[in-house]
Design a binder for this molecule. Structure first.
Ligand SMILES: Cc1cc2nc3c(=O)[nH]c(=O)nc-3n(C[C@H](O)[C@H](O)[C@H](O)COP(=O)(O)OP(=O)(O)OC[C@H]3O[C@@H](n4cnc5c(N)ncnc54)[C@H](O)[C@@H]3O)c2cc1C
Ligand code: SF4
Ligand code: SF4
Ligand code: SF4
Length: 374
């Protein structure tokens, strides 16, 4: 049975829970809201299926994806990069697939959901910088495939790897599209931030954009909308995300931070496109990087119903850190976690945020190190 020696060994994909034929595994959240499998030993018969299905390990086969810069002019508005995700999903629905992706639900919790219509795709658009809840999803995907449906699953590489492993017998009807992944922040901190913002404003938070696309592609700040009709752009949450203080522990050991992808297709921001392909996407409206990793991915991305502009690109010219190695946790991540659980969002915002003494010291250390490197 699954025995986690370290929290870093589990990405929370929930594939093991779906694989257990005895219903012995449930996913339980820790203090940061990250979900982990818990085995009911009175139901477990030690068959080992859960360990077998766990795909949170490095991919041994060397792959060399084909890369393209791609953008969909009519889909740029309301997309985080170049609109590749929604273009893939629209094509899939048009061809009779069911689609899975991450949505921000009305209670502002991010969960994966199943969509079977074009209209249903809207909530799956845009990046939600928090780990999505996958409870029950792997089983649903498997059921769809077993009943003969074609499925497009979109998500983080580790979620795709879990789905791919669980549904290996139906791979010909399953298309996997992963995002290039920096790491996923803690659901509990996101919830705490919403409560903190509501208290500060004196109105409930009614909606959120994790990275408001209307500010421009290169800008990363969150927008919160309130029950009183107002909205504001802030970056308290984004700042903590980019300081790597609240990422899932497994993200620091991610086996998928490489060009060896577990999916057919990879979607990313094509950072650096302005230099690599001058004139192609210089307007700060967004551009996707498409990595085609398998023949199935090649076939599916050969043409799209939505008009697009696409050019082959040398992936070495637009490489990102997470294509080479995992994000390194901040040295204060553990104390951040303890402080968050004991004292809440207002405390960690003051203690680790942009205005904190802690951050000013860290900035000073960086500047000293930089001076010595010269
Ligand atoms: C936590 C996180 C970290 C990321 N890190 C990087 C990075 O380091 N470098 C980079 O180039 N790109 C990164 N991305 C991906 C990038 O932000 C875009 O989402 C991606 O390029 C797709 O953009 P789009 O315009 O094609 O479509 P969009 O409409 O913007 O993307 C929507 C797609 O993203 C998926 N998605 C959204 N939120 C989540 C989530 N929480 N969990 C799983 N799937 C989700 C949806 O299922 C859907 O398929 C990250 C995304 C997330 C959510
Ligand atoms: S070993 Fe078998 S029965 Fe036990 S939890 Fe794993 S899958 Fe379930
Ligand atoms: S990585 Fe996924 S399959 Fe492996 S133990 Fe964690 S939840 Fe289960
Ligand atoms: S960084 Fe790796 S482990 Fe973390 S969410 Fe992304 S794919 Fe999963």
């Amino acid at each position: 049975m699954i025995k986690l020696a370290h929290r870093e060994d589990c990405c929370g994909c929930a594939a093991c829970a779906a694989a257990c034929p005895h219903g012995a595994i449930r996913m339980e959240a820790d203090g940061m809201g990250f979900r982990y499998p818990v085995v009911d030993t009175s139901l477990c018969v030690d068959c080992g299926l859960c360990e077998e299905v766990c795909a949170f390990k490095p991919i041994t086969a060397e792959k060399s994806p084909r890369a393209e810069a791609i953008r969909f002019p009519s889909l740029l508005e309301g997309s985080q990069s170049g609109g590749l995700a929604v273009a893939l999903m629209r094509k899939a629905i048009g061809e009779g697939y069911v689609v899975y992706g991450a949505a921000l639900d009305s209670d502002l919790v991010v969960r994966h959901r199943r969509v079977a219509t074009q209209e249903g795709l809207e909530p799956l658009r845009l990046s939600k910088y928090v780990q999505s809840d996958m409870d029950g999803i792997p089983g649903q995907v498997l059921q769809d495939l077993e009943s003969g449906k074609k499925v497009l699953f979109t998500g983080t590489p580790c979620q795709c790897a879990g789905i791919g492993s669980l549904c290996g017998a139906h791979r010909e009807n399953l298309l996997l599209a992963d995002i290039l992944c920096h790491g996923v922040p803690a659901p509990a901190v996101w919830k705490g931030y919403l409560g903190f913002s509501a208290a500060r404003k004196g109105a409930v938070v009614s909606g959120a954009l994790f990275r408001d696309p209307s500010l421009g592609w290169h800008e990363h700040r969150e927008r919160l909308s309130y029950g009183d009709g107002s909205s504001e752009v802030r970056n308290n949450y984004t700042f903590l995300f980019y300081r790597h203080l609240m990422l899932r522990p497994s993200c620091n050991r991610c086996p998928f931070a490489s060009l060896n992808r577990p999916s057919d297709i990879t979607m990313a921001d094509c950072w650096g496109v302005e230099k690599a392909l001058p004139g192609f996407a210089d307007d700060n409206r967004g551009c996707s990087l498409l990595l085609v990793n398998t023949p199935a991915g090649e076939g599916f991305t050969a043409a799209f119903p939505d008009a697009c502009e696409r050019r082959p690109i040398d992936v070495q010219k637009v490489l990102q850190r997470n294509m080479l190695r995992p994000t390194k946790a901040n040295r204060y991540a553990k104390s951040f976690e303890n402080d968050y659980i004991r004292k809440g969002f207002a405390f960690v915002d003051g203690h680790y945020g942009r205005e904190s003494l802690n951050y000013r010291i860290e900035k000073w250390i960086w500047s000293v190190k930089k001076r010595f490197r010269r």
